[in-house]
Design a protein around this ligand. Sequence first.
Ligand SMILES: [Zn+2]
Length: 311
Amino acid sequence: MDVGATKIAAAVASPEGEILNRVRYPTPNSRSTLLETLAQAISEVSEGFEVAGVGLGVPGLILAQENKVIFSPNLRAIEGISLKDELEPKVGLPVTVENDNNAAAWGEFRFGAGSGAEHLLFVGLGTGIGGGIVMHGRLLRGAQGAGGELGHVTVQATGPRCACGSRGCLEAFASGSAIGRRTREVAVERPDSALGQLAAEREVLGEDVTDLAREGDEGALSVLKEAGRWLGIGLAGFVNIFNPELVVVGGGVMEAGELLLKAARREVHLRACSPKRELVEVKEAALGRDSGVLGAAAFEDLAQKEYTLNP
Ligand SMILES: [Zn+2]
């Protein structure tokens, strides 16, 4: 299951990563209905299938030992619930809880753009920016299980406030909400651009920026190029630290695809050290919206790997 701030996606997947059945529910915003909805989605989607267990990808910081989300600014209702303890008796299946972007990283590693790579970073561009790190074929979680937050590395000390409470994080420059903020500014700076004209009529959405950029509007192009540059500045640092073979970029903002990634790759090649910058490939996620749900489905095998693999 991929539990998002607005939608819950549940799927039954085969061990090979083939989706056999799926359901979607809107995410309720109260604690009690959230648990009920999760249980209902599990029973509905798994009917008629022999299901071995449930993997939940959820937004926010997770304490791995307690299987609990402690901080989730975009889905407050999920904070503090012992998801594993509450859900297991309701559904009669073992439940594993993991951060949604870790799940997406694992999905891309197992079944998507990362098939074949042993060292992969996943960056999820949505309202915010999430991350997942796979090194030596293992998910890196850190001491408390809350690591891998690639969106909250500072790229400009005096930059805008970030949802995490800090300033100038990568998320504050290259996320969907950062793109929205820059769009409003550029619309004022360039009133004659198609972007500026649209903004005078109605609210400009993320997909409008992408559409206008594809049509060649300079205003929209500059917004995406700038976000892509910031993304690349962040990625260059990650490449220097982790020396991955592959950086996979996913999330809703990747509708803009190469409009963002081209600028990001340029920064990586300018800033990351040789020979790491020659090795690394920066690619779009291959599983689209399914990277999270497929990664969550493969948690069972993740748990096995964690305990049996010698580093
Ligand atoms: Zn932040």
